[in-house]
Design a protein around this ligand. Structure first.
Ligand code: URA
Length: 443
């Protein structure tokens, strides 16, 4: 294998044969293919794409570059969920304990926020003491004891993906659909699952705004999962507006807790329920949708899901008093209400602008080595379709200082569009498509 020949072949639009590509990736991992050569190759892939065979080589090589967990000793199904990332997406914090309360093990490894989207790990760390850096042994113990555990990708899981992702991040080569699919699926396949639900966000606040590309990504990931014997289902969910009202790490954690108390925004509750139903039906394929929904509802209504969150927080070293007293989450010193002077209908709440706004307030990162302020963000008071009158609050900005509060206020004013009374916003359906091994269904 001659690295420059591999780069040349991809640059000129050819497919690289399996053994050569495997050797190229292995040589990168052990250091004889240099970062500059891999960067050139990735840019060639950005322009020329990968075929199904090449994508499979990436999945296989990334997956087997590290530990593949064997959790078969656990007495029950092992199902996880992964979201491609959006603004206000705090679903996992409510979903994981809910599904664990349905006697399904949920071994979740999640990511941190990058760019305008926040990550589950940062949101969990807004709970004082909560450890997301458990070793694999600690992870196994919490999983066995509580039925779920939520940690970051450890160094042992898919190290080739970790190195490639770091390089893609700084060489403008993240948006390559087959590589995104291979990257996500190699990590999920390493978790030793018996089922996987994917939440593919679509709309302006997603990494993939266009519906056709989001469907393409969903299909590629489902094919990878099903092709390797992992039953996989993807739902396409709306990210043309934020999910729920809270945007910013600690604020989102508080909203996810509310969801487990049967409160909080209807859109968040709907997505959590739907994904829980999908996870339950992967665990018990013979279960009818209605019966699955009724089991999910009763785990919520009985308090079993909330109780499971308390156990999870305690097991991972966090202060579980946050569940009854959300003021114990990290909080920002400055709070400013942004009120409207208009009467009309909210037509748009621009998700990407608000996600970038959290970064501008110090609550995100543009590079993986940055440490965000978990307390800042926007507590929105409106969603598209709401009627407002002069003096109504659009949002409360949570900031570190008065300057941040001013910046936040300007951002809210730019992000929220109020139209005429009675005008209807153009919105995507909350859940628009379902993809499984049998194909794509438009809902
Ligand atoms: N998330 C991942 O894990 N990998 C990608 O390539 C993109 C998003």
């Amino acid at each position: 294998m001659i690295p420059s020949r591999v780069i040349e072949r991809k640059r000129d639009g050819g497919a690289v044969d399996g053994r050569t590509l495997e050797a190229f990736l292995a040589a990168f991992l052990e250091g004889s293919v240099q970062d500059y050569q891999m960067s050139a190759f990735l840019m060639a892939v950005f322009h020329q794409g990968l075929d199904a065979g090449e994508t499979e080589v990436f999945v296989r090589t990334m997956l087997h570059s590290g530990t593949v967990l064997d959790l078969s000793h656990l007495a029950g199904p092992r199902i996880d969920k992964h979201s491609t990332g959006g603004v206000g997406d705090k679903v996992s914090i409510a979903l994981v304990p809910l599904v664990a309360a349905l006697d399904i093990f949920v071994p979740m490894m999640s990511g941190r926020g990058l760019g305008h989207t926040a990550g589950t790990l940062d949101k969990l760390e807004a709970i004082p003491g909560f450890r997301t850096d458990l070793s694999l042994d600690e992870f196994r113990c919490v999983l066995q004891e509580v039925g779920c555990a939520m940690i970051g990708q450890t160094a042992e899981i898919a190290p080739l993906d970790r190195r490639l992702y770091a390089l893609r991040d700084v060489t403008a080569t993240v948006p390559i659909l087959p590589l995104i699919a291979a990257s996500i699926m190699s990590k999920k396949l390493a978790e030793g699952l018996t089922g996987l639900v994917l939440d593919v966000k679509v709309g302006a606040g997603s990494f993939i705004p266009e519906e056709d590309r989001a469907i393409d990504l969903a299909q590629t990931m489902v094919e990878i999962g099903v092709g390797r014997g992992l039953p996989t289902v993807a739902l396409l969910t709306a990210m043309d507006r934020p999910l729920g009202y809270a945007i910013g790490n600690a604020l989102e954690t508080a909203e996810a807790i509310l969801c487990l108390k049967g409160e909080g925004p209807a859109d968040l509750r709907a997505i959590v329920r739907l994904q829980a139903v999908e996870m339950l039906r992967l665990a018990e394929p013979a279960l009818a949708e209605r019966a699955a929904l009724s089991r999910v509802e009763s785990a919520l209504d009985s308090g079993a899901a909330l109780e499971r969150l308390v156990r999870l927080v305690e097991a991972q070293g966090g202060d579980a008093r946050v569940i009854d007293s959300p003021q114990r989450l990290v909080t920002a010193p400055e709070r400013v209400d942004v009120v409207t002077a208009s009467r009309g209908t909210v037509l748009e709440v621009a998700p990407k602008m608000l996600g970038e706004g959290v970064v501008a307030l110090g609550g995100g990162r543009m590079r993986m080595d940055q440490k965000p302020d978990l307390s800042v963000g926007f507590q929105m008071h409106v969603q598209p379709g709401d009627e407002v009158r002069p003096g109504d609050r659009l949002a409360t900005v949570h900031a570190r200082d008065p300057e941040g509060a001013r910046t936040g206020e300007q951002l809210v004013r730019r992000a929220v569009t109020v139209g005429e009374v009675g005008q209807a916003p153009e919105l995507r359906q909350l859940v628009s498509h379902r993809v499984d091994g049998d194909g794509v269904v438009s809902l």
